[in-house]
Design a protein around this ligand. Sequence first.
Ligand SMILES: N[C@@H](CCC(=O)N[C@@H](CS)C(=O)NCC(=O)O)C(=O)O
Length: 164
Amino acid sequence: MVLEPHGSSLSVCTKWVAMVLNELNVPSKSFPVDLKNQKQPFGKIPFIVDDGFVLYESRAIYRYIATKYADQGPPLVPKDSHAWAKLEQAASVGLCNFDTYTYDRILSKQKYLGGDEFTLADLFHIPISTLLPRAGFHTLQGKPNWLHSRPSWQAVKETVQGTA
Ligand SMILES: N[C@@H](CCC(=O)N[C@@H](CS)C(=O)NCC(=O)O)C(=O)O
């Protein structure tokens, strides 16, 4: 069964899910917003249906996809316990303290948010960090824009269609 993601191109949380699918070359249907068939208890998006398995909350969804399809792309969830812990640390900062100050402090010292390698933590940040200038924060201006040139972001930034 092909994985069914549900969401909208207007939703940052949906773009996270689309990026993980793209990174790991996971075949999926396109992203319909099917309000009559809503399976998220609060009426929100995104959610996925994977062979009858329903999952909502974007962070749970992309951890699920990154773990299930770990062999199909870059190691987004490292097996090394220190690298994994650093990923979770960066993910927690992203969830609880995402601000321009924290972002700058971390990325001024290391290449990726979890350390030396690209991980799921970086994917969490890309859609939101692209919105910083709109909110008046220009911390990333003039810095190497390696996060935003990630092919999976280029593939989904305008639309989440076409990830099938
Ligand atoms: N914590 C949820 C947030 C879900 C959420 O708020 N989704 C937004 C789009 S990003 C939504 O459905 N907005 C439409 C609404 O609130 O009616 C997640 O990470 O999936």
